[in-house]
Design a protein around this ligand. Structure first.
Ligand code: 2NL
Length: 350
């Protein structure tokens, strides 16, 4: 009886080993070998199941079967180790070839950002005027009728208001500034009676047809100097110096009489056309000159509104369009490109 059981157990062990080896050969991943280990060699595995019968054997038979079982266990553990090593190697090689980087591939080109032409021009303007003692002053884009017109010597109904087509808000007397001049009033009121030299850059708004030459939003830089004994000579000196720096020394320039409600006298400044050199061409509309800014001596009424006594103080002011300067400098023929948000503009002027 005991002998039959012994033979049976030895046979079961042999069969277990055969089956286990076949099954292991089919395990193709680390997970599968772990499952295999559980099934054959684990605490609840089949080898343990066979060994449970050891107790029914006689004392002489037990070591014999026990030894055989141990050998099966050792053999299976050895083949498991080999199999696991082979799988780990294959998995590593698989990953290496899947994740391989071709270092000979050309890199992806990086597109670099750059400053907008108007920003470049604005910074040049700041630097030129900073050297002459002008500080940048910031002020709001939404203004009152009072600051945009009345304090600039244009009371309600003044015909000169027609020079600026205005965006009004739904709040009475509140509008989008048509020029940066209201900021000059803020600056005067903040500093009077101290002398000031400020420039006022920023966006302004005009309710006009949008064309290649004019947008409904664009930039303006105004400047203002107020103090005692400021004369028209100071205006000419400062603006001539400015034009020499931004357009290059020696470019012919001229002042023409003009009109603005907030300056008296008023002038406009021209430079010789950068394209035709004065002969006449499409850019200068065959005038030979390009208008670059307007200026004048601050009107006594405006000085007074700003908090300065016009019998003691005088000043000059000017206004220019940096977008227009940038268009000329970079040879761009349509201002609408500036605000179209198409990055190809920046590549074009690179
Ligand atoms: C132009 C002309 C100008 C001013 C702006 C100004 C401001 C105050 C007082 C006096 Cl608070 N003047 N600004 C003066 C003359 C001309 O701009 O053609 N701009 C593009």
């Amino acid at each position: 009886m005991g002998n039959v059981l012994k033979q049976d157990l030895l046979q079961q062990l042999e069969q277990l080993q055969q089956e286990a080896e076949v099954a292991l050969a089919q395990a193709n991943s680390s997970e599968a070998t772990q499952a295999w280990h559980g099934e054959y060699l684990g605490r609840k595995g089949r080898l343990t199941g066979i060994l449970r019968n050891l107790g029914s054997l006689s004392a002489e038979e037990r070591p014999l079967v026990g030894k055989a079982a141990n050998e099966v266990k050792m053999t299976l553990e050895n083949v498991l180790q080999e199999r696991q090593a082979a799988i780990a190697k294959a998995e590593m090689e698989g990953a290496r070839s899947r994740e391989r980087i071709d270092v000979t591939l050309p890199g992806r080109p990086q597109t670099l950002g750059r400053l907008h032409p108007t920003s470049i021009t604005l910074r040049e303007i700041y630097a030129i005027f900073a050297a002459m003692g002008f500080q940048v002053y910031d002020s709001p884009e939404v203004e009152t009728d009072e600051y945009n017109f009345q304090l600039l010597n244009m009371p309600q109904g003044h015909p000169a208001r027609d020079m600026w087509d205005t965006f009004y808000t739904t709040t009475p007397d509140l509008l989008l500034r048509t020029h940066t001049s209201p900021g000059q009033i803020h600056a005067m009121r903040e500093y009077a009676p101290e002398p000031i030299r400020v420039i006022l850059p920023g966006k302004v708004y005009r309710y006009e047809q949008v064309t290649a030459r004019s947008e409904s939003m664009f930039y303006q830089v105004e400047g203002l100097a107020v103090g005692k004994h400021i004369t028209f000579c100071d205006l000419k000196g400062v603006l001539t110096n400015f034009a020499n720096q931004i357009y290059g020394e020696g470019r012919p320039m001229r002042f023409r009489k003009s009109y603005f409600p907030f300056t008296e006298p008023s002038v406009e400044m021209d430079i010789e056309c950068v394209i035709c050199g004065g002969k006449g061409c499409g850019l200068c509309k065959y005038a030979g000159w390009l208008e670059i800014l307007g200026a004048g001596m601050v009107h006594p009424i405006v000085l007074q509104y700003g908090g300065y006594d016009p019998s003691e103080f005088s000043g000059f002011a000017f206004g220019m369009g940096p977008d227009r300067i940038a268009l000329q400098k970079y040879g761009i023929d349509d201002i609408r490109y500036f605000f179209a948000n198409d990055v190809r503009l920046l590549e074009r002027i690179g």
